[in-house]
Write a protein that binds this ligand. Structure first.
Ligand SMILES: Cc1ncc(COP(=O)(O)O)c(C=O)c1O
Length: 584
């Protein structure tokens, strides 16, 4: 293993070291925090801050147009700042005290015009802007309706909002959206009569899925269900900025829907390669935010250097550079999808839950694709680690950032990625799959720990329905989830938890058999997807392996992960998910 690899492993293992006992005699505060952290560490889930590996291929940063890594923006910003030697770097005040200046206000006016909006206002981050919008705008009798995959910052805003009604609909699902609105219309008279508003929260490009909102259809449905015009859209363009629309104006602009969307939020930290965010809206909303948005009033205005870099990024956007870069991303994303689908083991990997790339399905028919290509894999940690070992940076994304059971390695394409970069990425994925499927030794896998499982004795199993996550509503529930997130973000299992137990017994099976090898009378129930037991990804097969069977199973121990990892730490007491063959 390379030194780099050893370093990564050491870093990871260090982060998982149990520590609370060292704090037992110290202040209660630190002891409690360490105990909570230990819950994560025991599950090998503790994370740390990271920096990019030197010389690695970047498939993770949000530098979508490569304005930052190419040095283009640095050069332009240095020149811009040199033009104003008299400007103080820091704003040193709130926008409502002395933190405003003509440079900032001119830039706001320019960006409003560029994005075809009445007004533009800066926030210090996209997180702040979303949290501010949803905590400030909705009134008590307004309803907030949001896509279930909406960003954490919107949840933070909703948590502080006065609105009593907050409803999610299934991700990008038009029927679910219509049903949700219909439900509101039939039960809430003030909404039906148009006295109050329905505030609809969407992202144009979903940050963890890489898919696009069917914006025009959603707007049409809202008009049909609330014909008095009291449904207002608040749309997050974080990942569409720079990528879509003329000169990167965003997806709303690409679709010509500016007048149908009440508020747009564009982040400046992604394609714009700076920090902060802009809110595009009308004068009423802007005045309201200036007066009531705490994240605008009680904070220091962005510095001159930030404003200068945003100005220069918009100069670049308005140059032909953007068009070339937008096209290049479309090309590279499609190349990646085609190459992934051409991996000889891809279909088999897809069927077993080992690797699936939803945005690659039918990509040929999509007019626009985002730069985000999630590689879904139950072994996403192992896949990411394999890529890191090959000097490719793409990280695993796990719960609570994505729903349970949908782990993925998130690949982001940048304008300056090369075809060779894509080929290297795909070659690594291909090699990784070949290794996993070698000698049929796959499917006993969780959190990147895979192993061989041959000739076991009797196994009892049960089918665990998909855990439909629901937001926690109080601190106690939150504590039980141990996610460390805020209640709106953290999710809990419904109570009582409906477990459908179907006992079955298996003898002398083998993981990862080819269909042709399956002995008569046995059926593949193929591990992670539990294909024969339930409707695929909705259910997960969970097996309980009797302790006494372990010694008699020739390859059994390997299934439980590397010998060095205590089994319980990896999977929880007595449980491990895996694949098996057996009579049903
Ligand atoms: C969809 C979406 N909205 C908002 C944000 C927050 O933006 P910022 O990084 O500027 O705080 C992000 C970034 O993670 C995002 O992906």
């Amino acid at each position: 293993m390379t030194n780099e690899g050893e370093k990564l492993i050491e870093q990871f293992l260090n982060a998982q070291r149990i520590r609370a006992h060292e704090f037992a005699d110290g202040p209660a505060l630190f002891y409690r925090l360490e105990k909570h952290l230990d819950e994560f560490r025991k599950q090998f889930k503790a994370i740390t801050t990271r920096f990019s590996q030197e010389g690695a291929i970047d498939f993770t940063s949000n530098d979508i147009l490569s304005f930052s890594s190419s040095g283009l923006l640095r050069k332009a910003t240095d020149a811009e700042m040199a033009k104003y030697p008299q400007f103080p770097i820091g704003s040193c005040g709130s926008r409502v005290l002395d933190g405003s200046n003509p440079y900032t206000e001119d830039l706001e006016a320019r960006l409003a015009k560029f994005h075809n909006a009445e007004e533009c206002m800066f926030y210090n981050s996209g997180f702040d802007a979303n949290a501010a919008l949803f905590s400030t705008i909705p009134a008590e009798d307004d309803a907030i309706v949001y896509d279930e995959f909406i960003h954490a910052s919107v949840h933070n805003g909703m948590q502080l909002s006065k609105s009593k009604t907050k409803l999610s609909f299934l991700h990008n699902n038009l029927e679910s959206f219509r049903e949700t609105l219909k439900g509101l219309s039939s039960t809430e008279e003030k909404l039906r009569k148009g006295d109050n508003s329905i505030i609809i929260a969407l992202e144009t490009v979903y940050s963890m899925e890489g898919d696009l909102a069917p914006l025009a259809a959603l707007i049409q449905i809202a008009k049909e269900e609330f014909p008095l015009g009291n449904a207002s859209f608040v749309v997050d363009e974080a990942h569409a900025t720079g990528l879509f629309g003329l000169n990167g104006r965003g997806l709303v602009s690409h679709l010509g829907l500016e007048d149908e969307v009440a508020i747009r939020m564009h982040t400046m930290g992604k394609a714009i390669a700076s920090t902060g965010a802009i809110v595009l809206t009308n004068t009423t909303v802007k005045n309201y935010l200036v007066n009531f948005s705490r994240a605008f009033i009680y904070t220091t205005a962005p510095s001159f250097s930030t404003m200068a870099s945003i100005k220069c990024a918009y100069d670049l956007l308005e140059s032909d550079e953007t068009l070339v870069r937008q096209h290049r991303i479309q090309y590279l994303v499609r190349l990646l999808c085609a190459r992934i689908r051409a991996i000889p083991l891809y279909e088999r990997a897809k069927a077993s839950g080992y690797l699936r790339v939803p945005v690659a399905d039918g990509f040929e028919d999509k007019l626009l694709m985002s730069h985000i290509v999630p590689l879904w894999s139950e072994a996403s940690d192992a896949l990411s680690f394999g890529l890191l070992m090959n000097k490719i940076t793409a990280y695993p994304i796990v719960f609570p950032a994505v729903p349970r059971g949908t782990k993925r390695v998130r690949v982001c394409i940048h304008a300056d990625n090369t075809e060779e970069d894509i080929n290297r990425l795909v070659a690594c994925v291909d090699e990784w799959l070949q290794e996993r499927f070698k000698d049929d030794k796959v499917l006993g896998v969780e959190d990147g720990i895979a192993g061989t499982w041959h000739d076991f004795g009797v196994i009892k199993g049960k089918v665990e329905p998909a855990k439909k996550a629901v937001p926690c509503t109080n601190e106690k529930e939150l504590e039980e989830t141990n996610t460390g997130e805020t209640p709106e973000v953290a999710t809990k299992l419904p109570e009582p938890y409906p477990i459908e137990v179907r006992e079955f017994e298996v003898s002398h099976g083998k993981i990862g058999m080819q269909a042709a090898e399956i002995p008569a009378g046995m059926k593949e129930v193929s591990g992670l997807l539990g294909r024969e037991l339930g409707p695929g990804p909705e259910e997960k097969l969970v097996c309980q392996l009797s302790e006494e069977l372990l010694p008699s199973s020739s390859g059994g121990a390997a299934v439980l992960g590397p010998q060095s990892l205590p089994r319980e730490a990896a999977y929880g007491p007595g449980w491990w998910p895996g694949g098996l063959l057996g009579p049903l």
